[in-house]
Write a protein that binds this ligand. Structure first.
Ligand SMILES: Nc1nc2c(c(CN[C@H]3C=C[C@H](O)[C@@H]3O)cn2[C@@H]2O[C@H](COP(=O)(O)O)[C@@H](O)[C@H]2O)c(=O)[nH]1
Length: 325
């Protein structure tokens, strides 16, 4: 797969273009994810779902609180105390840069915080002090400014990509407020996800649409939006949810793949291994949803938070440098 050279960045954008056979965004986006990931799992060679172990793991998770802990955004990491308009702007800004796990070992982390929580809390602090960026500020945001805001080294590739993602957000908003964009989606999380995926290339994570979907879920978790179709969303396929499934024995990786991951070898975006890992997580969580009656969005957040525990951090998870997660 040839990455796309990006004139405004002067570098290739890791993850673009999407795999040729991946579906395009449309209003049945979650169903397209289910169909495409099922096809990948059926033909998989490197990653296998152990369905019997999955049922045993669900029993363990249920006794660990899977159905009782309602998903929530952590107020110590996120800017949730502002007005509805300010929190909406914060979450749209955060989810426009809610990626970078492949670079997280190379960024400056806040004490006791993961990569995501470092970025989320640094952005929250900026909003507390300066409020939201205007659309014009976003359109002209440069990497040096953003590096200062996020307290990261200037010139870091990830920060260059974050700045490009936020310039794209400013262009997408045009003269609308984030709340007006939300209103245009009506009460449909899927419509919002589809709009984001069609409007900004870094959201067009064909066949998974992780950030397009998690944006709707985060807005709902923050009480900013009320959607009628949240339960249609799939999980938000990143690198942590499949990692938790692997550590709990649900996903079995071929020895050569497991060895690569344990050695910290980066998996190229769109490679067979990366697609099979993400697709297996989606399909396994569809089965978990059937067994528990929980929507995939809640299973995702619960497993993601479980993945913050030491026993999961002790084992390397797959790393892919991509603009999608
Ligand atoms: N599947 C999924 N992926 C998620 C999140 C979240 C955070 N969601 C908030 C909403 C409710 C929760 O309580 C969370 O506070 C981040 N990520 C992704 O994980 C990746 C790893 O990050 P780390 O561990 O820092 O290295 C990073 O690429 C990031 O994009 C999620 O929920 N689901």
């Amino acid at each position: 797969m040839t990455a796309v050279a990006d004139r405004s960045l002067g570098m290739t954008v890791p993850g673009l273009p999407p795999p040729a056979d991946a579906p395009q965004p449309a209003l049945d986006l979650p169903e397209r994810v289910r169909a495409w990931t099922r096809r990948i799992v059926e033909r998989a060679e490197l990653v296998r779902i152990d369905w019997q172990q999955l049922e045993r793991a669900v029993e363990q998770w249920l006794s660990d609180g899977l159905t009782v802990q309602a998903p929530a955004l952590d107020p110590s990491d996120h800017y949730l105390e502002g007005s509805r308009a300010e929190v909406c702007a914060y979450l749209l800004t955060l989810d426009a840069i809610n990626f970078g796990s492949g670079w997280f070992p190379t960024i400056r982390k806040r004490p006791g915080r993961s990569g995501y929580r470092t970025i989320a809390s640094a952005l929250a602090d900026h909003f507390r002090t300066h409020g939201p960026w205007s659309n014009e500020d976003l359109r002209t945001l440069d990497a040096a400014t953003l590096a200062r805001v996020l307290d990261q080294p200037p010139g870091h590739q990830l920060i260059e990509l974050y700045a490009r993602a936020l310039r794209d957000l400013g262009a997408f908003l045009a003269d609308r407020t984030p709340l007006e964009v939300l209103a245009d989606a009506g009460r449909s999380a899927v419509a919002l996800a589809c709009t984001l995926a069609r409007a900004m290339p870094f959201f067009d994570d064909r066949g998974f649409w992780k950030r397009a979907q998690i944006t709707a879920n985060d807005l709902a978790l923050a009480g900013v939006a009320a959607f009628d179709d949240l339960d249609r969303l799939t999980i938000f396929a990143d690198n942590l949810v499949p990692h938790v499934l692997r550590v709990d024995g649900v996903l079995q990786y071929a020895p050569q793949l497991a060895h690569k991951i344990d050695q910290g070898v980066l998996l190229p975006p769109g490679s067979r291994a990366e697609l099979e890992i993400r697709a297996a997580a989606v399909c396994a969580c569809e089965r978990i949803a059937e067994l528990t009656g929980l929507p995939p969005r809640s299973i995702d957040v619960w497993l993601w938070n479980r993945g913050q525990a030491a026993r999961y951090k002790a084992v390397p998870r797959h790393r892919t440098r991509t603009v999608f997660y």
